[in-house]
Design a protein around this ligand. Structure first.
Ligand code: ZN
Length: 386
């Protein structure tokens, strides 16, 4: 059997920590069911990231829309900072309390993946960035991972179902398996060119048998203008100075009139490695760094009981507004209000934690993955560094 919960089990509240079940049992037995306001926020980010990308909200909404609660959300793809509420649920505790575990799980992992994808996007500047990491995660959640890699800023994702969820075509090159089975890099590349839909870019993998320089020249001679790129997935044990290898391949290709052939690299890349190598690379395939990105530690806390501010130690009570400047992205968390106000930069600070669900009725439509990704890219342009 496969060790994952299905959608129905999650909707039935079966993915929950037992102490929530026991809380429910006690409150029911005592006949207590209070109206509460609960907010979700992260108190800090992994590795001291200065910002994170909010994701996972579409799945939270899928769960919450069947419940008799009012919900305010920040839109997916929005840059967030510690102590900014991203989701607020108002309703009877017994109607939603047991979903705390699942809702946090949606937000924590999706935001972790989207954040790392955005960091890699920033590092890669305008070069191509593809997610290759479906194999590093449980297959049951791989589509979720790929969708969030895309909205975080990847141009493409390798796994078909993930691409479908992101609303794009999957992107890929060729595996070592094809070259090993065909016995020769040029033969495999030629076969790919003969068989595969011409709309798919021809990217030849050139580290299987021989030196990358010679393999690159061989496939470039064979395919000519039809060769889009060569991919170096050179194993660590053979890398030596990877930058020197890349520069040498570029030199030799250019010298022989193959300036159009792009350099695509993969294998053990993260945002820092991308930054180091980007000036001699055109495209990056990132796996583990994005797929197994550190999660963003959101927590859910009650901040009002029966409409009165009440919170545990270490938490600010009361419902809040998250005000963000539409120009400079300055952010302020204040007691809930609806009025926009001017920012010191000349922009306007507007509420971004907006009403979304009222007893199951959606107030606005959810954005498409493409729109969420555009939102991320727009904000990335406003920040200086990782
Ligand atoms: Zn401003």
């Amino acid at each position: 059997m496969i060790h994952t919960a299905d959608s129905q089990q999650i909707r039935d509240g079966l993915v929950t920590d037992v102490y929530f079940e026991r809380t429910r049992e006690i409150l029911r037995a005592k006949g207590i069911d209070r109206s509460v306001t609960a907010e979700f926020l992260a108190k800090d980010f992994p590795r001291d990231y200065p910002w994170a990308v909010l994701a996972g909200m579409e799945e939270c909404v899928a769960l919450l829309k069947d419940l008799p609660v009012d919900v305010r959300i920040i839109q997916e793809g929005t840059f967030i900072h510690p102590f900014q509420p991203v989701l607020e649920i108002r309703g009877k505790y017994l109607d939603f309390g047991r979903y705390e575990t699942a809702l946090l799980g949606f937000l924590c992992q999706a935001s972790g993946v989207a954040t790392m994808a955005a960091r890699c996007r920033k590092a890669a500047e305008n070069r191509t960035l593809n997610s290759f990491g479906a194999r590093r995660m449980h297959p049951a959640i791989a589509p979720m991972v790929e969708r969030n890699a895309y909205i975080g800023g990847c141009d493409g994702v390798a796994m078909g179902l993930g691409a479908q969820l992101a609303g794009i075509e999957p992107s890929g090159t060729m595996p070592h398996a094809l070259i090993l089975i065909m016995g020769d890099t040029v033969a495999a590349t030629q076969a790919f060119h003969d068989i595969i839909d011409p709309r798919v870019k021809r990217v030849s993998l050139i580290d299987t048998f021989n030196d990358e320089k010679m393999e690159a020249l061989n496939v470039a001679e064979a395919l000519g203008k039809d060769l889009y790129a060569v991919r170096l997935d050179t194993p660590k044990s053979r890398r030596g100075d990877f930058r020197k290898i890349l520069e040498e391949v570029r030199w030799e290709l250019d010298l022989r009139g193959h300036k159009h052939v792009k350099l695509f690299i993969s294998g053990g890349l993260d945002e820092y490695r991308i930054q180091e190598l980007r000036d001699c690379v055109d495209a990056f395939g990132v796996g583990t760094a994005i797929t197994a990105a550190p999660v963003i530690d959101f927590s859910m806390d009650i901040v009002e009981v029966e409409n009165k501010p009440l919170a545990k130690r270490g938490k600010r009570s009361g419902s809040k507004s998250v005000m963000r400047c539409d120009a400079c992205m300055a952010t302020e968390v204040v007691p809930q209000r609806k009025k926009a106000k001017p920012c010191s930069c000349g922009g306007t600070m507007v509420e971004i934690l907006k009403p979304f669900l009222s007893k199951g009725n959606m107030k606005t439509a959810l954005p498409a993955p493409r729109e969420i990704r555009d939102h991320v890219i727009g904000q990335l342009a406003k920040i200086q560094d990782l």
